[in-house]
Design a protein around this ligand. Structure first.
Ligand code: 2BA
Length: 109
């Protein structure tokens, strides 16, 4: 058995959820926050058989868009308070960040 962990942007999580449900996958959604942007995203935990991994990744990828977002980066020099102006920098976010882990044991008690 495998555990797919997929971090999906908030804007895409409904489409990913619907598509996974349509195909009969079981999963858990966890509300999460990106370390860099500190914006909400959704982490899917999907327990599946090994032969379903490629299909799950394809489904997630098909419903996760790449977007550009601006991040405020503060200059490295220490300025007196009030004069520190952040430089907005564009970063590409998504489609989805996916990890596939081996599951040693799974029980439903
Ligand atoms: P965030 O941490 O908010 O990152 C948003 C985007 O900022 C990332 O998009 C990436 O393009 C950029 N970024 C983040 N950290 C960076 C760094 N140290 N250097 C340069 N650029 C950086 P994605 O790669 O599509 O990631 C989207 C979200 O997926 C991330 O949100 C985070 O919540 C999660 N994620 C990405 N990589 C991860 C990892 N290795 N481990 C755990 N979570 C990860």
């Amino acid at each position: 058995m495998k555990l797919v962990i997929a971090v999906v942007q908030d804007k895409d999580h409904r489409k990913v959820t619907d598509a996974l449900l349509e195909r009969g996958y079981k999963f858990t959604n966890i509300a999460s926050t990106g370390g860099l942007l500190r914006e909400g995203n959704v982490t899917f935990l999907i327990g599946i058989d090994e032969d379903q991994v490629d299909d799950v990744i394809q489904v997630i990828g098909a419903h996760s868009k790449t977007r550009e977002q601006l991040v405020n980066v503060f200059p490295p020099t220490i300025e007196p308070i009030g004069t520190c102006i952040p430089n907005p920098v564009k970063v590409q976010v998504g489609g989805a960040t996916v990890f596939v882990l081996e599951v040693q044991r799974s029980e439903k008690l």
